[in-house]
Design a protein around this ligand. Sequence first.
Ligand SMILES: [Zn+2]
Length: 325
Amino acid sequence: MPKIAIGAGHGLITPGKRSPDGEKEWEFNTKVVTAAIRFLHEFQSIEILRLDDPSGNTDVSLVTRTNKANAWNADILISCHHNAHTGKWGKWTGTETYTYTGSWKQAEKLADLVHNEVVRAYQLKNRGLKKADFHMLRESKMPAILIEGAFMDSTIDIKRMRNPQVLEQVGKGIATGVEKYFGLKKKISSPVKSSDVTYQLKQSVPGFLTAADAKAGKNKQGTVEAGTYYIFNQASGMINITAHKGIPGSWINPNVKSSSLSFLIKIKADKLWYYDRPDWNAKKSTVKKGEVFTVVDTLSVNGSKMYKLKSGFYMTANPNYVEKQ
Ligand SMILES: [Zn+2]
């Protein structure tokens, strides 16, 4: 089970470490780390230890950070920073990733995999892999890397850093690099399924094979009768309801308005057949001119339109015999 120690450099209270406009480095760093952790949680069997204070209220010392990671026996350590050159606005730019001086194959492999992803996310100059005698790299027992994502005193880089979607993508890039390093597998997604939650369907509605069809109202597969169902699954505001718990049912759109589904018809013919089933041979009996019925569905039977009535019987939809109210 890979153990990943990750931290955002500094804290909110750290002196210096600001863009020329006063933005704090930790605020950029934490957005990257928070996103990375969220994306890492999509993978199976990993453990994550965050080394900085997620509230930013304390600047956890470097010694505390490496002690924590070492005591926890982390397999890798990732430290997320943003760079500064002069502290005044300039045109320097780019992304660089550090490992400890000398040769350390595993750290270099991790740095390479993560760096390629984060460079792609920042879309700034690739300043490459570098070596440095930084505390976080030197004192960590496990392969450790330090990312200087972009320059917070760069008029070029700050535009990317101020875009939360960019920092989100950088976090995702870190997770992808770690995924490749360990060969991680995605968790099997488990949306709400087979729940005990029941759903009261007050009237019959169209049923669909997929949530997308239900949303679009396309490729209707039949009618789901009013009644009590279990909720099997939910997606994009659509729900899959089933009479048999644990077995998928039909997708329906819970927002379909009743007025668009049922309407009244009045019999125009002197006498008109109604049917047991959606079958022109299944004559049941007759109704008289002027009687009114509620239609809950319209079907096509042997090329002719048939109404399904609220009573459960069927009747022709031919406007020569019935008229919509
Ligand atoms: Zn820093």
